[in-house]
Design a protein around this ligand. Structure first.
Ligand SMILES: C[S@@+](CC[C@H](N)C(=O)[O-])C[C@H]1O[C@@H](n2cnc3c(N)ncnc32)[C@H](O)[C@@H]1O
Length: 332
């Protein structure tokens, strides 16, 4: 099931055109490669490149290294939005090699609907139809690591965390709507242990999920930003203090947001990511204004991105979304 870079490039070209492909190539050229890692202690491993998935080498290396060398074997490891397992696999590889883990079986909990959606074909031509289960593909990719992984198939909106357990690491790649992120905060965050647990927000350096930036800003008294994994969406937080339940459960409602809070949240979020991924965080700010139906504000934030020297990547997607809305017939 190996998908070559060339195939991926062709798919991106077909899906989003030449400018997006050029952005990606430029990013890849600046990207830490196996020979030139941005975080040398991550010990990138060619085996991490094998699984088909949407995570970067740095994300995979970080997850494997943490599970092997930092995890003390206590609590569970949770992977939300596992798709074909590109994060569950390095986690399981780390668990397998961790001498402090006395019982590795099923310790990585992989949550997903495991139902095929048409957009996934841009990453893999699996020959599946909308709604088909892709759990067999996930299990095939895991191979003999499957013994270390507990799949939880179903809608995360109604999911519960592994029974009775503290969560040592939560890899969150399922903040796909404000409602889903709220459900995850409610169900999983209370089991993160202050002082040791990690929350990794994979949707952080991404334009699609502005509710993540708002929500984490509101929770910042409990979240210590540790690092942004370069050239990826992932922001790694250490849980520094217990969460306030009221804050955890507070919905992010785009229409009801205060402008001063939004401005502070995005300045904060921008300060946490490594260049050039700031473009994606700022694009989320533009997307938020689109969600609020404030096209003039979205336009202003796109202009501000240029002043800040932010270019390309998700900003192009946000600009295209704005263009589409401007071209749309006025609401009655
Ligand atoms: C961007 S993909 C994750 C990519 C993956 N982490 C990887 O390593 O390649 C998002 C995943 O979230 C899952 N997902 C989205 N909404 C969900 C929901 N409400 N409940 C469960 N899974 C969901 C999708 O099925 C998809 O596999």
């Amino acid at each position: 099931m190996k998908l070559h870079r060339f195939d991926r490039a062709l798919r991106l070209l077909r899906r989003e055109g030449f400018r997006s492909l050029l952005d990606r190539v430029l990013l890849e050229l600046r990207r830490p490669a196996l020979r030139r890692p941005a975080l040398p202690w991550l010990l990138l491993d060619p085996e991490d490149a094998t699984p088909i998935g949407m995570t970067s080498l740095e994300e995979r290396a970080f997850l494997r290294a943490w599970a092997e060398r930092t995890w003390d074997g206590q609590g569970e490891i949770v992977d939300l939005g596992s798709w074909l397992g590109s994060s569950a696999i390095p986690l399981a590889r780390g668990v397998r090699n961790n001498p402090r883990c006395s019982d590795p079986r099923g310790r990585v909990h992989a949550y997903d609907r495991f139902r095929w959606e048409s957009w996934m074909a841009a990453f893999l031509d699996a020959g599946l139809d909308e709604g088909d289960s892709f759990e067999p593909l996930f299990l095939r990719q895991l191979g003999d690591l499957a013994a270390l992984v507990t799949p939880h198939a179903g809608d995360l909106a109604a999911a519960t965390r592994p029974p009775g357990a503290q969560i040592a690491l939560l890899f969150h790649d399922a903040a796909k709507s404000p409602e889903l992120d709220l459900a995850v905060r409610r169900a999983f965050f209370p089991a993160l242990s202050p002082g040791s647990s990690l929350l990794i927000d994979q949707d952080f350096a991404h334009w699609f999920a502005p509710w993540v930036h708002l929500s984490r800003f509101r929770l910042r008294a409990s979240l210590e930003p540790l690092l942004h994994l370069p050239a990826s969406g992932s922001l790694v937080f250490r849980v520094a203090a217990p969460f306030e339940v009221a804050e955890l459960e507070r919905p992010v409602v785009a229409e009801a947001l205060d402008d001063a809070e939004v401005a502070a949240a995005f300045e904060w979020a921008l300060s946490l990511v490594t260049p050039p991924m700031g473009a994606n965080v700022w694009a989320a700010r533009v997307k938020l204004e689109l969600d609020r139906g404030r096209l003039d504000h979205a336009r202003r934030h796109l202009a501000r991105a240029r002043e800040l020297g932010l270019r390309g990547l998700d900003l192009r997607r946000a600009a295209a979304a704005l263009g589409e809305l401007q071209g749309a017939p006025a609401a009655p």
